[in-house]
Each structure stands twice: as structure tokens, then as C-alpha cells.
Ligand binder design. Structure first.
Ligand code: ZN
Length: 336
């Protein structure tokens, strides 16, 4: 599997200790090299700023560019900008467009992440931009136009992606820790999309401490059948490793088995799949996960290297209640 990487992605640097830091990519690359992946530099597109401004408000893009010129700044309490942020974010957008155009399965090892970035920066009712600058996944999806699906498995709801795609008939599915218990506070089942996008926005909130047994059930009972019916031409996976049980920022209990199970489900569609790095803050999980992903994509090897986790009875009760609601909304638009 091709891995798009450039040292420019490391030029987005925090002014103080921050979980979303350049060394995340060193661990990703280590995993990619161990798996024998081909690493390729993305090409910066000349029209990249024009493309970014076709999705984000011009005034927001101008603000970001001004803050890049000025050097270190905080856009909010969570999200920083440095002098290298604009080059990194623009190259991330270029990379996803390179991959969409090549129609080839690839991993984009880019940062800053993007799925919390809405049209004007902060999306929906979120208190911050959650480390994100431009919405790389949504820009890639809209550039690919018809038949693109975005599957967001980051532990946080992709509120920015939802906001941008909400009235489009492009499929957006997000699994995330329940909004009552985690930033950004959106991602309820009743948020189904509007206009011609109605039915194309699918939120699957999961209670804290959800394990592999339950997550795999969600994939089998909802995600697989919706994806088959939608029959995407290309799939973008917003890949956050932060739903892993060892992530320091969230409370889910997934092992790499759940991750590989999703990857395998999507790869089985036999369509190009673009894996785009979003969150995930345990460096060791990033390394091992990346290695396992590439081995799966290249050699069909299903090797999570971790035993399956299970969900406790209390969490399971909460899950049953939530999933009933999810199915009632999804079932209005898709056969389950
Ligand atoms: Zn996240």
C-alpha cells in the first residue's frame, strides 16, 4: 500500500506540550516501514488554496493564512497554528486529491487532522476546532464527487465533516464515543442529513468502555449493509486511532481487532480506499496499528496481535438502548 508522507507534515508544531505533535508521524512511519510499505511524497497542487476556499469560508482561510505568517498562535484553547501549519495543511489537502485522482488504495500520513474543521473553522456547537485546521476528508470527498463514502472511525464525532456534507448525497458514517461523554458534543442518531443529503448522514454513538464484541456487531449489523447498498466508487476512512483502549484522551475499549475488522470490511468492497490519519495519541498504537493495516491491505494478513476485548453488562445495556434508536433512524433510509 502506498503511503503519502512528507516532512512538511511535521512543520505544524505546537508552542507547548500537546498530544497532537509531529512525532506521531515518526511512529506511523516506523510501522509503515516495518510492513514494507512504499512511501511517496505528495505533490503540492498549484490550485490548492482555491480548492480549500471552495469548501471553507474565505474569511476563515484568510485568518489561518495570516496566523501562519505571524507564527505561533492559538485559534482556540485546543488548536494551535505555527509558521509551518499552512504548508502542512495545504499539502494534506493536495495529498488526498492526489490519492482521489489515482483511484488507488493509500494511507495519507498527514497532519494537522481535519474532521472537526467546519465551513468557518469551528463546526456545529463545538467548543473548539479540536486540533483541526482544514477538513481534508470532506474536501477529498467533494473533489471525488459522486459515489464517495466517508467512514469516520475516530473516537470523536467528525462534526466538521458532517457539517460540510450534511446536504449532499455523499454517505457519511461515523462511529464515536457518545456525545454526552466526549468532545465535540454532537453525533446523535437523529442527525440524518437534510435536503438531498437526508439519510446520508449516519451517526453511531457508542457508550464509553465499548469493547470489540459490540463494535464488530455494529459493523456487521449496520455498516456493512449500508455500504453494500450505497455501493461507493471510493471510500475515505477518517482514521483516528483514539478509540483504542490504550488511548490517553478517550474511554473506549477497542483493540486493533476492531480496527482490522473495519478495514477488512471496507477493503472487501474491492474499491479504492483512502486511509486518512486523524486522531490517536498513543504512539505505540499508531505504530502497531499502521503496521497491521498495511499487512492486511498488502498481504491479507489479519493480525491484530491483541486479544479481543468484551463489553461489561452495564455498558451493554446502554448500548442496546442506543443501537435501537440508531437502527430506527438508519432503517428509514436503508435496508437493515
Ligand atoms: Zn479524535
Amino acid at each position: 500500500m502506498l503511503v503519502y508522507y512528507s516532512p512538511i507534515f511535521k512543520k505544524h508544531t505546537p508552542p507547548f506540550r500537546h498530544p497532537e505533535a509531529p512525532d506521531r508521524l515518526d511512529h506511523l512511519l516506523e510501522g509503515a516501514r516495518e510492513a514494507g510499505a512504499e512511501i511517496k511524497e505528495p505533490v503540492m497542487r498549484e490550485d490548492v488554496w482555491h480548492i480549500i476556499e471552495s469548501i471553507h469560508d474565505k474569511s476563515y482561510v484568510e485568518l489561518v493564512r495570516r496566523l501562519c505568517r505571524e507564527g505561533h498562535a492559538e485559534i482556540d484553547g485546543d488548536t494551535y497554528i505555527s509558521s509551518g501549519t499552512c504548508d502542512a495543511a495545504a499539502l494534506a489537502v493536495s495529498a488526498i486529491i492526489n490519492a482521489v485522482e489515482r483511484k488507488e488504495t493509500a494511507l495519507i500520513a498527514a497532519r494537522p487532522p481535519g474532521h472537526h474543521a467546519g465551513v468557518a473553522g469551528r463546526a456545529l456547537s463545538a467548543p473548539s476546532q479540536g486540533f483541526c485546521i482544514f477538513n481534508t476528508a470532506a474536501i477529498g470527498a467533494l473533489y471525488g464527487e459522486e459515489g464517495v463514502a466517508v467512514l469516520d472511525i475516530d473516537v470523536h464525532h467528525g462534526n466538521g465533516t458532517q457539517e460540510i456534507l450534511y446536504d449532499r448525497d455523499l454517505l457519511y458514517i461515523s462511529t464515536h464515543q457518545h456525545p454526552l461523554t466526549l468532545y465535540p458534543g454532537t453525533g446523535y442518531p437523529e442527525e440524518v442529513g437534510e435536503g438531498k443529503g437526508e439519510g446520508y448522514n449516519i451517526n453511531i454513538p457508542l457508550p464509553p468502555h465499548t469493547g470489540d464484541d459490540v463494535y464488530i456487531k455494529v459493523i456487521d449489523e449496520i455498516i456493512t449493509s449500508v455500504l453494500r447498498q450505497y455501493n461507493p466508487r471510493l471510500v475515505i476512512i477518517s482514521l483516528g486511532w483514539d478509540a483504542h483502549k490504550e488511548d490517553p484522551l478517550a474511554d473506549m475499549k477497542l483493540s486493533l481487532k476492531s480496527y482490522l475488522y473495519v478495514f477488512e470490511t471496507v477493503l472487501r468492497l474491492q474499491k479504492p480506499v483512502i486511509f486518512l490519519l486523524e486522531g490517536g495519541y498513543n504512539r505505540e498504537v499508531i505504530r502497531r496499528g499502521t503496521k497491521a493495516l498495511i499487512r492486511l491491505a498488502d498481504a491479507g494478513e489479519f493480525a491484530p496481535g491483541e486479544s479481543q476485548t468484551s463489553t461489561d453488562v452495564h455498558t451493554l445495556e446502554k448500548f442496546e438502548e442506543i443501537i435501537k434508536e440508531v437502527k430506527s433512524y438508519v432503517g428509514r433510509y436503508w435496508r437493515l
